[in-house]
Ligand binder design. Structure first.
Ligand code: SAM
Length: 320
C-alpha cells in the first residue's frame, strides 16, 4: 500500500521546507479568487451569507452546491491571480525534479492568467486537458431584461473544466536521458499504450463521494485517478497537492498506488481530509485510472452516458 502524508499549514511555508528535487509531480485544484478560500469568505459560506460564493436558490427542492463567482473579479484581481500563480510556480520549482509535471485545475475565464503566471516563472506550458461534462453553469441572460432581449445570453454555457499541464524543463539533453536520471519528463500512457487524450469525458462528483468528503470543490475520483496516474511516467514517485482540500487527490494517488503529500491550511477541511482519504480511495476498487472507460463505477456510468447524450443533443428551440 502506498503512503500519503498530510500537512496542516500554509502551502508556501510548507513547500519551502520540502527537500529540493524530492517531488515527482504536482496535481492541484487551487483557490481562484484567491479570496474565495480566505477565512472571511469561508466564514460567509459556512454561515450561508454568500459573499463571493453564489448560493444557488433551492427552486425545485434540490440543494445545489455553492459556486464561486469568478465573473465578478476585476482586472486588478485577475492580475493578482497571475502573480499568485507565478509565486506558486516559483515556490514549487526547486522542489520538483527536472522534467516533472504540474497539473492545475482551472476555469475558462481565468485560464490565461494562470498560464501567464506559471510560464513567467520558467515553466513550459505543455497542454490543457479538458474535463468534459454537462453541468457547469453559464448562458446567463441580461439581468432584468430577459424579455427585452429574448435571444441574448451574456456567456456561453460551460461544458468543460480546463486542467492546465505544465512541465519544469528537463535537465538532461533528451527526455530519455531525463527519464533515466530522474524518472520524469514524460507522461504515463493509458492501458494498451494509448496516450491520454486532451479531452476526458467526465461527470459530476457522485453523491456518495460528497457524503464522505464535505468540501464545496470536491473533485471526482474517477477523473483524478486518470489524471494523477498519467503524471508519473515510470509508475512511481511522489505527487504533491499544495491545496489539498478534503484530500481527493491524495485518495486518487492511494487508489492508483502512488505516494503523495497534501497541504491544507483550513483545520476543518484538514480534518475532513484525514478521515476521507482512505474512504475515497477504497471506492471503485477495480478502477485505477488506466482507462477512460467508467463502466465499473457502479451506477455512475448511466449518469455519464446521460450527460454525454445531453452534450450531443442540440437544444430544442421553437422557431418564430
Ligand atoms: C479548491 S479547494 C481544493 C478542493 C479539493 N480539490 C477537494 O477535492 O477537496 C482549495 C483548498 O485550498 C485551501 N487553501 C487555500 N489557500 C491555501 C494555502 N495558502 N495553503 C494551503 N491551503 C490553502 C483551501 O482551504 C481549500 O480547501
Amino acid at each position: 500500500m502506498s503512503k500519503f502524508r498530510t500537512i496542516l499549514g500554509d502551502c508556501f511555508e510548507e513547500v519551502a521546507k520540502l527537500p529540493d528535487n524530492s517531488i515527482d509531480a504536482v496535481c492541484t485544484d487551487p483557490p481562484y479568487g484567491i479570496v474565495e478560500f480566505s477565512e472571511s469568505e469561508v466564514a460567509k459560506l459556512r454561515s450561508g451569507k454568500g459573499g463571493i460564493w453564489r448560493l444557488p436558490p433551492k427552486f425545485d427542492g434540490k440543494e445545489r452546491r455553492p459556486l464561486p463567482r469568478f465573473s465578478i473579479l476585476s482586472n486588478e484581481q485577475k492580475s493578482d491571480i497571475e502573480k499568485f500563480f507565478a509565486r506558486l510556480a516559483s515556490a514549487i520549482e526547486p522542489k520538483l525534479k527536472p522534467g516533472g509535471h504540474m497539473l492545475i485545475a482551472g476555469n475558462p475565464v481565468l485560464q490565461a492568467n494562470v498560464q501567464a503566471g506559471v510560464v513567467a516563472s520558467g515553466w513550459e506550458n505543455r497542454a490543457t486537458i479538458l474535463r468534459l461534462y454537462h453541468g457547469f453553469r453559464g448562458g446567463d441572460r441580461p439581468k432584468n431584461a430577459e424579455l427585452e432581449f429574448p435571444e441574448v445570453c451574456v456567456t456561453p454555457r460551460g461544458n468543460y473544466e480546463p486542467w492546465m499541464l505544465f512541465r519544469k524543463p528537463i535537465s538532461e539533453k533528451t527526455v530519455a536521458a531525463n527519464l533515466r536520471r530522474w524518472g520524469t519528463g514524460g507522461l504515463r500512457m493509458l492501458f494498451g499504450g494509448r496516450p491520454l487524450p486532451d479531452v476526458v469525458p467526465s461527470f459530476k462528483t457522485p453523491a456518495r463521494e460528497k457524503e464522505i468528503a464535505d468540501h464545496p470543490s470536491l473533485k471526482p475520483q474517477h477523473l483524478l485517478r486518470i489524471l494523477v496516474r498519467t503524471l508519473l511516467p515510470t509508475g512511481s514517485g511522489v505527487v504533491l497537492d499544495p491545496f489539498m482540500g478534503s484530500g481527493s487527490t491524495l485518495a486518487a494517488c492511494l487508489a492508483v498506488g502512488y505516494e503523495s503529500i497534501g497541504i491544507e491550511r483550513d483545520s476543518e477541511y484538514f480534518a475532513v481530509a484525514e478521515s476521507s482519504i482512505p474512504k475515497l480511495a477504497s471506492l471503485y476498487p477495480q478502477f485505477v485510472g488506466d482507462t477512460l472507460e467508467s463502466d465499473d463505477l457502479n451506477g455512475s456510468a448511466t449518469e455519464l452516458h446521460a450527460q454525454l447524450r445531453l452534450l450531443e443533443t442540440p437544444a430544442k428551440y421553437s422557431r418564430r
